[in-house]
Ligand binder design. Sequence first.
Ligand code: GLP
Length: 240
Amino acid sequence: MEVRVFPDAYGAALYTATLVETTIRQLSSPVLGLATGGTMIPVYQHLVQFHRRGLRFEHVTTINLDEYIGLEPTDRHSYHAFMREHFFDHVDLPLDCRHIPSGATCDLTAACQAYDEILRAHPIDLQLLGIGVNGHIGFNEPADHLKPHTHVVELTEDTIRQNARFFDAEERVPTRAITMGLQSILFAKRIVLLAVGASKAQAVREAIIGDIRTTVPASLLQLHPQVTFVLDEAAAQQLP
Ligand code: GLP
């Protein structure tokens, strides 16, 4: 495991974006595992800037971690809309190479199976992750048992409260989501987790130096051979 600490969130996001660029330039058909959340917005801004200065995405495939259940892809609160707004609409990534779980279907079991097929067909070269204040990755919430594959999850009150800032009111936050499972995340060849701000400091400490446990899903990343935690000083403040 590698831990890189930057003075501020800007430096951490820029470094993360350069890791993505390196992967894109090194491989002939790179597969990126992508994340949403406020932390990722500056990363996508940098990637869009890189694109305007010559970085091409035409040979890239992307696979997003998760989506809320019950929101149409056109809903402005959906992760489909997030990805269009912050990234997809600004780069030359082919339409049929962008994958996000479908949370607006009545057959969620089929949607999960279809997503696992996509994951099997496209092994992830670089998986970007954020982290929840409760230690979740994707929408794999703290629990006694964690699921290996794509599945439906009930969001915790913590997560609903945290993510309410993206909605008009807490009651509007969907209570369920569809997320990639832990095995799919850990199968990525390389994982980069970006965390900034003091609110993430405890989750970061437990993920990096705590015992490996399902109640801190990010702690399972300690089992991965090539994981990099990219932090700002605030997020790193509880590390020794
Ligand atoms: C959501 C996403 C996670 C993300 C987390 C942190 O719950 N499902 O993938 O890591 O938010 O978000 P933020 O960066 O806004 O703190």
